[in-house]
Design a protein around this ligand. Structure first.
Ligand code: ADP
Ligand code: MG
Length: 254
């Protein structure tokens, strides 16, 4: 398998050279830990340094806000969008029956996206009941296709958040792009996610933390899991620079 550069300075060397192409990576952390910037940087650098187009699937921040945050680091997303190198998919949460995986697949295909960011899994799972996901190997519900088993026939609305999360990660990963699933971790807890399933379904887990002290706020990044890669364990400093997020030298083990 090929490795793709993460675009986050200092991270590739912690995970054996980069993400494995097509992997699904969970980026978890409490609100304000830098997940959205991480996701934007992964796409921006993917386009400008690795020639891989990217799709940003957003629920929480709207597109003008995302573009503004990016502009603070000198990343001009309007230009890249005009060149059809980046695109955004805003997920409606105010209607029932949205076929979310189809929508992601269609939008990704339009720009031949090799990278996808889902911001955020936690916001989607709260609204799990609103979405329909195509299930594999369902008999055609109308019975009109000669009794053949269809790949994506049969939609069911999701009642269960964990099942939605599991299946959503599974189906989006199936699209073949290298995908970051951003998710909110409950503040000050030992657990990585509210749903309790995404950390084992995803191929990798990157954990962002904020450590408040009386003098300043320190950010850290830890690689918790990366299938197929030798990882460097421990907490590494994570800093905002004028060019984006950067993983630093500091290390603490826990
Ligand atoms: N241009 C910037 N320069 C310095 N810090 C920034 C910048 N943009 C965002 N931040 C910091 O990152 C935090 C939010 O990052 P964000 O990626 O939106 O977090 P999350 O998605 O995890 O909630 C802000 O609270 C701020 O501290
Ligand atoms: Mg965010």
């Amino acid at each position: 398998m090929k490795r793709v550069k993460t675009g986050i300075k200092g991270l590739d060397s912690l995970i054996g050279g980069g993400f494995l192409e097509g992997h699904s990576v969970l980026v978890c952390g409490a609100p304000g830990t830098g997940k959205t910037i991480f996701g934007l940087q992964f796409l921006y650098k993917g386009i400008t340094e690795s020639n891989e187009n990217g799709l940003y699937v957003n629920v929480e921040d709207n597109i003008p806000k995302l573009k503004f945050y990016a502009s603070e680091f000198g990343w001009n997303l309007d230009k890249l969008q005009n060149e059809k190198k980046i695109d955004f998919l805003e997920i409606p949460i105010d209607r029932m029956g949205f076929k979310i995986v189809d929508a992601v697949a269609d939008k990704a295909a339009e720009i031949n996206a090799k990278r996808i960011v889902i911001d955020s899994l936690s916001a989607l799972s709260i609204n799990a009941k609103r979405f329909d996901l195509p299930l594999r190997d369902q008999p055609d519900p109308t019975g009109t296709i000669g009794g053949k088993i269809l790949h994506t026939a049969g939609y069911i609305p999701f009642e269960d958040t964990q099942q939605f999360t599991y299946l959503f990660i599974y189906r989006v990963s199936d699209l073949g792009a290298t995908t970051l699933f951003l998710t909110d971790t409950p503040p000050s807890s030992e657990i990585l996610t509210k749903d309790g399933v995404s950390e084992f379904v995803c191929d990798g887990v990157v954990y962002l933390q904020l450590h408040d002290t009386s003098k300043n706020v320190n950010r850290t990044l830890s690689v918790k899991k990366m299938r197929g890669s030798e990882i460097v364990p421990g907490m590494n400093s994570l800093k905002f620079t004028k060019k984006g997020l950067e993983v630093g030298e500091f290390k603490a083990f826990y």
